[in-house]
Design a protein around this ligand. Sequence first.
Ligand SMILES: NC(=O)C1=CN([C@@H]2O[C@H](COP(=O)(O)OP(=O)(O)OC[C@H]3O[C@@H](n4cnc5c(N)ncnc54)[C@H](O)[C@@H]3O)[C@@H](O)[C@H]2O)C=CC1
Ligand SMILES: O=C(O)[C@@H]1CCC=N1
Length: 269
Amino acid sequence: MTVSITLVGCGNMGRAMLGGWIEQNVKPNDILVVDPSVDNLEIAGKSGCRTLTSPLLIEEGYQSDVIVFAVKPQVMTDVIPAYQALIDKGALVISIAAGTRISVFEESFGEDAAIIRTMPNTPAAIRRGMLVSVGNSKVTDHHRKICDILMNAIGTTAWVEEEGLMDAVTGLSGSGPAYVFHMIEAMIAAGVSAGLPEDLARTLAKTTVSGAAELAISSAEPVDVLRKNVTSPNGTTAAGLAVLMGGNALTDLMTRTVAAATERSRELG
Ligand SMILES: NC(=O)C1=CN([C@@H]2O[C@H](COP(=O)(O)OP(=O)(O)OC[C@H]3O[C@@H](n4cnc5c(N)ncnc54)[C@H](O)[C@@H]3O)[C@@H](O)[C@H]2O)C=CC1
Ligand SMILES: O=C(O)[C@@H]1CCC=N1
C-alpha cells in the first residue's frame, strides 16, 4: 500500500520522520512538506519531496491520505484550521504534539474526523524510534494500517487504548533520548575527571551506552540479570553501583525526571 503524506512542520521531529520515511522507500513524490521556515524547507527539499511555505499555496485538487502535524503544541490551534479542506476529502490526521489532546482536533475539524495522536522520538531519524499511538472512535482498521506503515518505517510501534497514558509515554520515551544523551555527557565528564583524554572518554561512553542498549534488546535475559553479569563480587562494578544504586539514587532521580516531564505534558494539554 502506498501512502501520500502531508507533513506540517519540518523541524527536529518532522525532519527525523521524513528522513526515516525516505530511507524506507516512501516515494518523495508522495510527500508534501509545509513549513514557513525556508531553511527547514531547503533541508526537506533535498530529499526530493515537494515543499510549500504556506497551506494557502496548496492547489485546489490536492488530496493526501494523511496529514501529520509536527508543529509546537503552542501554535497547533492556529495552524490546523487551514487544513480543513483536506480533512473534508477524507485525510487521516496524525498529531505528534506533546500534550495536545485529540479533542483539540475534534473541536476544529468536527467529530467525524479520524484523529490519531502519536508520540515518537528522535531516533526515528535512524529508524530506531519508539512510537506510541492512540486513536479516536472514528479511526478504522484502515487508518491504523496507514499509521502503522508510517510509524513502522521509523521504529518500534505500540498502541494504547487510553489517551491518558500518552502523558507518561511522552515523559518516558518521547523525552527519553535527551535523558540518555545527558547520561552520555555525564559519563564523558566523569571519564575526563578520572584522567582519560576527552576524545577517548567520548568514544568509550557512546559505545558503552549503545552496546549495552543493544544487548538489553537482543538478549533473552532480563536487564537486572545483565547488570548482575557485569558485577563481580567485590569487584569494580560493585564499587561503582554502590554509588549509583545507594539509597536508590538513580531510580529516585529517574522517577522524578519522568514525573516532571509527564506533568508538563499534562499542562501542555
Ligand atoms: N523533538 C522531539 O524530540 C519530539 C517532539 N515532539 C513534538 O513534535 C512537535 C515538533 O517539535 P520539534 O520538531 O522538536 O520542534 P521544532 O521547533 O524543531 O519544529 C517545529 C517546526 O514547525 C514549523 N512551523 C511553525 N509554524 C508553522 C506553521 N504555521 N505551519 C507549518 N510549520 C510551522 C517551524 O518552522 C519548525 O520547522 C512538537 O509538537 C513536539 O511536542 C514529539 C516527540 C519528540
Ligand atoms: O520536549 C518536548 O516538549 C518534546 C516532546 C517530547 C520530546 N520533545
